[in-house]
Design a binder for this molecule. Structure first.
Ligand code: ATP
Length: 204
């Protein structure tokens, strides 16, 4: 799997958020997209996930070139602060719902996912009653435990305490091998494992 960007730029109105970005993201690597608040990390991730179009340049996805557009979602998983969980579902229901569209990563099923989360006692609780840290763990586990070849994580440790950050790092260790992982971040502890870095400020 390879994502290739050729002179990609995105602007909102007259303001260019990034420009002239030519790079490749390839499987087996983990990339950190870095920059301060408001620099454009989430904008770049949204362009890469296809939820925003680039204002200029081209993006190509090898291996999924011939996949019908309605099936592309199977190749991508995303956990991000702006991605909402369905609040009226229980944890069990949200896992069932999510995996109607995606397959489980090897060795994971609905039961073991609840145990990976450490939320056995909350499996029948509605998401709206989850704490912000419980919601964040749920988003991360749903994304990491799907078998999509590309994994996008935007601000993955937001709302996690020290224990939660260690839990996240274990999840990464287990579920990012042989995948293409792209993390938008400005917290060293959440992208330390990445072997490649992209500074948004280099593309202004
Ligand atoms: N829909 C939009 N319309 C206009 N401007 C936008 C829109 N979305 C983002 N921006 C602007 O784009 C810039 C980059 O925002 P973005 O959310 O990508 O930054 P970020 O690096 O992810 O920030 P943070 O670390 O705070 O999450 C900001 O100036 C923001 O105001």
């Amino acid at each position: 799997m390879k994502i290739a960007l050729n002179n990609v730029g995105r602007r909102f109105n007259k303001e260019w958020i990034f420009r002239n970005l030519s790079t490749e993201f390839t499987s087996g690597n983990s990339y950190a997209i870095l920059g301060p608040n408001g620099s454009g990390k989430s904008t770049l991730l949204s362009v890469l996930t296809g939820s925003l179009t680039p204002s200029e340049g081209e993006i190509s996805f090898s291996d999924i070139e011939n996949v019908p557009v309605e099936n592309i979602y199977k190749y991508i998983s995303l956990a991000a602060p702006y991605l909402e969980l369905v609040e009226t579902f229980t944890l069990k229901e949200i896992i069932d719902f999510h995996f109607k569209f995606k397959s489980f990563a090897v060795g994971v099923d609905a039961k073991s996912l609840v145990s990976i989360l450490g939320l056995e006692k909350s499996s029948n609780k509605e998401i709206k009653y989850f704490s912000s840290g419980m919601k964040q763990r749920t988003k991360l586990a749903l994304a990491c435990c799907s078998n999509s070849p590309i994994l996008f994580l935007d601000e993955p440790t937001s709302n996690l305490d020290v224990q939660g950050i260690n839990w996240y790092l274990e999840l990464i260790e287990k579920f990012t091998k042989n995948r293409l992982t792209i993390v938008g971040s400005n917290q060293i502890q959440e992208y330390n494992f990445c072997n490649k870095q992209i500074q948004i400020s280099d593309f202004k």
